[in-house]
Design a protein around this ligand. Sequence first.
Ligand SMILES: Nc1ncnc2c1ncn2[C@@H]1O[C@H](COP(=O)(O)OP(=O)(O)OP(=O)(O)O)[C@@H](O)[C@H]1O
Length: 681
Amino acid sequence: MAMPLAVSEQFGILQTFQFMVLISQSFVIMNPQSYYEQYARARIDGRKDVISFAGLSKIQWHLSWNTLAALSIFLQNTIIIVIGCILNFQFCSAQSLAIYIPTFLLTSLEVTAICDIIQHFCKTIQTFQQIFNVCSLLIFFAPALAAGMFIDSIQKYYLAIFSFLPSFPLMNAIDAGFNLGYFNGSLSNIIVSKNYLILQWGLQIIYTIIYSLIALKLDNSIVKSKSNVDFNVKQPETSEKQLQSNVYNFGIDNMTQQVKEQYYALKQSLHHNQLTVGSEDALDLLPIQRPVPSPIIIYNVSKTFKSKDRNIIANSNINLLINPRTIFGLLGPNGSGKTTLCKALMMAHSLDSGDILLENASIRSKNLNIQKGVIGICLQNDAALFDELTVQEHIDFYSQICYKQSKLNVIQQFQLTEHVNKRAKELSGGWKRRLTVACTLVNDPNILILDEITSGVDAVAREDIWRLIKNICKDKTIIATTHTLHEAQAHFDNIGFIMNGRIVCCGSVDQINKLYENKMCVELRGYLNEDFFQRVQQKGIIMQDCQNRLLSVQSLDAECAGNVDELFDELLKEQEAGRIQSFQLSQRQFDQVFYELIIITVQKQEVNNSSHYQMISCNTTNVSKYLFWDESAKQDVNIMEIVPTETGDQCIQTIQIVVKENQRTVSDDNELFKYIFNDGR
Ligand SMILES: Nc1ncnc2c1ncn2[C@@H]1O[C@H](COP(=O)(O)OP(=O)(O)OP(=O)(O)O)[C@@H](O)[C@H]1O
């Protein structure tokens, strides 16, 4: 071994080398992926797979891990020292090696034992890192720096005191002494000459044993292989809806390893992505290959939710063809089945019958490729957002887990720039909705499902959101649900009205408007006599009351055959004659069309072979009585729901009744009552 140079002779190189040593040590201790963090992760995780794989007992595994850990640190430092020897640095003498190498080994054992203790008090890897870093600062660097700074000015024999401290402060003090250029080699001489080295090793062994015993005592996971730690610490708490949203938006269920494995396995097996359809009927209906972009075909889709006492038909024989790159709106009252259909599209539940073709593949083929990366869905209530994450963190998070990443700068596009550092919980409803849509678009899906994305958003923000979506998503097929009729009229290309799980009307906004262009609404103060009605009827105008005549303002519906002018003239004559004080003639609005459709649907006695819908009005008390008491009726009849009518009469309620499949059809209310309640009431 070459003789060490004097400090003054090697100062420049030494400084550089010392700096490297410091950096390497900082890296080991501070880096989140550092060796110790890996160790803690393994400990916190429990690594049952490693244990069973190696066939080791838990304690054996723990000890082997400790030894491996120690060896790894030892190797790292040995390399540094050997380089130092080759470069003939002062501290790399045989004497120094004798101090350092075994000390590093022992120190590493101590540190892993300390990791065990720290991890016991940590619920997450992050907390572990934080505590470990603070401890590192306190027990590694602070004493080391202090010792390094004063090492030349203190009496040599006081250095012995350091030997009685837990050993790594001492060794790091020596390290720092070297690294910072304060130390000139005399300490190693003293330690060796006074046999402090042996004392120090002895102490290190004792400390390691003590730390390990404390760790063993504290840490049940070693003994019971049961961790009290949530390993999924990088993930914010995730609700079922959020999970669905993540899965269906981005295709990677990063919450459970199992799903991830399945995903990759399926991805591989679906390498040769062929069109597959779920039923032979669908095969008959649809050609095998379709050009891209392809329409979405919803064919004969039905879904019934079964509960203990009743079945809810959420979707019933739905058939829709949604052209690519168009916006299709699903409108319907609460509980009509919109969300259920959206969920069917994203394969959140199995279908009772029918099939859906997306991107030339059937959802029944369980071809995960068609959902992952293809469909983006914004569920209601901003389910994809995490309260504690900022806007930027959301985009980063979804960018990390997405299947294919959009080139779009969604933050900019959705004008979220000034909110990037706000947490989701600090955003207003409208901004949350924007962020939800932005998160969905990170994955650049071909098909976008927007379930009531503008609910609770003011009119201006609503327009803004739609303007942005239409601007950004020109090449996407969008299926949107809404309760806002104006929104549907203004922004959707085609609309499907859904009621009681059935599509009752479907077409373009223009087509639907056209159906009603001759339908007028008349509001007037005063009363029209029978003569008036007869007169207009002769002109082909059919009018009827739609509200209570007792009100001073009378509302009437009028269906004109293109002769609105004549109706206006007749009304004017009535006003001049003093029979009415004022009147207003207007075209039926889109929302009135919608409400009318609902009324028509519920009034229409739909009878077909498979199921039968009835609306009946009856006394609430009797309904309740028979609903719950007449067991034989319950076997044959499913009561869907009880909807109070708007008559204001509390004892009259409208109930909707669905007769089970293959029961005989019932043609009128009386017979239905008889059928249900067996007593003709
Ligand atoms: N998981 C389920 N279990 C049982 N019933 C369900 C389930 N999901 C939906 N339903 C029922 O299916 C029907 C349709 O529900 P869906 O959520 O599809 O309606 P919707 O049109 O989206 O309503 P809204 O406009 O209120 O969101 C409702 O009667 C609902 O109670």
